[in-house]
Design a protein. Sequence first.
Length: 441
Amino acid sequence: MSSQKLSQNIKDKLIQKTLQHKLKKAENSGNGIASLLKSTTSKQAKANRFDQHPGYQQMQIIKNGAASLGIESPFFRTHEGVAGATSVINGKEVINYASYNYLGLSGHPKVNQAAVDAIEQYGTSVSASRIVSGERPIHQALEAKLAHMYEVDDALAFVSGHATNVTTIGYLFGAKDLIIHDEYIHNSSIVGAQLSGAKRLSFPHNDLDALEALLAEKRHQFERVLIVVEGLYSMDGDHPDLARLVEIKQQHYAFLMVDEAHSFGILGDSGKGLRELYQVAGKDVDIWMGTLSKTMSGCGGYIAGESALIEHLRYMAPGFLYSVGMPAPIAAAALASLEVMEQEPERIHQLMHISKYFLDTAKSLGFNTGESTGIAVIPIILGSSVTAAKASAALFEKGINVQPILYPAVPEQSARLRFFLSCEHTEAQVRETLVLLKTLI
Ligand SMILES: Cc1ncc(COP(=O)(O)O)c(C=O)c1O
């Protein structure tokens, strides 16, 4: 008899014993089997209702709590046009800091035109997974451009940024492996790591000494090791030391993955991301990941790296293989965004300028901007979810749209307003916003 069967027998016996015990208890209390069956059935009936789901109930508690404090929900505000430095919500124009249209390319005439042309040529869906009949020249052009910009062999575009991390990490790594990530890593990388079945460990935010110590202690226990960091952290607006990460990963024979969702198009003089800022070669990082939903004005994600990685994912990664190809207008918008980025580098310089102006002004007014380096993402930490939610609601009343980031998305004491800057924000808008905020808290 196998040990698996043996343990199943033991389990069965335990279940039987527990049931007998429950039955006896029910009979002693005079209720008998009918009552036991009734309570079991009512438990199952309760579990079989979506309104009894623990996640839903927790959400209701938060919603009701906010309503009882008179705080209007800041979620699902509906924008009625292009969301850039300004936007129209409920028919009213607001100064907008809640959209990651960093370079103002979503809505740019050249980007719009590229999407329209692609619809004319290919329609709105490619109507199949790329491996079967969903492949279009625009996919290849976008991927070639991304590979060129990263100076790596190849790239692959996926239909969702979140799914890019889930499927890439989830597919490439397994039970014998270790995934070490910054504690602030995006949910998509965590879900990918969970899916992979690898051991998952985190290190304190941007603490590369702690990462080294973990690797020194644990590396030998695992077959492959993946280190995952972000190019620009979207809650805090800071970034890791890429040059040192490359040294660490080389020393410990680990793969390095950098999620550039918020850094590609932003960091570096020409927007080529974290590697441009640290003067690191594209090939020094094993897995470049990014999204097409921020500077690239579309939707989806990409992986860039060596041929063996990209070819492998192209044929095997479930989220690519078993999912429809990216719609041509989205691929065209992303490609056109990259072209405009090259043609109009002043957008990147203006983003740097206005972000620094925001950071300096916020600091001069005494706000806590945490670790933000003052590029594109700047938090103003208010120290409680209620204060942050109230400040967001009050600013919205006055025509300024900024999202509060509340517990549990961040620890309660670091609840904040999170400002996304766009190169199209003006100094006057920034000053008006910060001066108004000062009067509100
Ligand atoms: C760091 C990071 N990675 C991945 C994603 C997922 O990208 P997407 O929203 O394009 O699916 C996000 C989303 O904003 C992100 O911030």
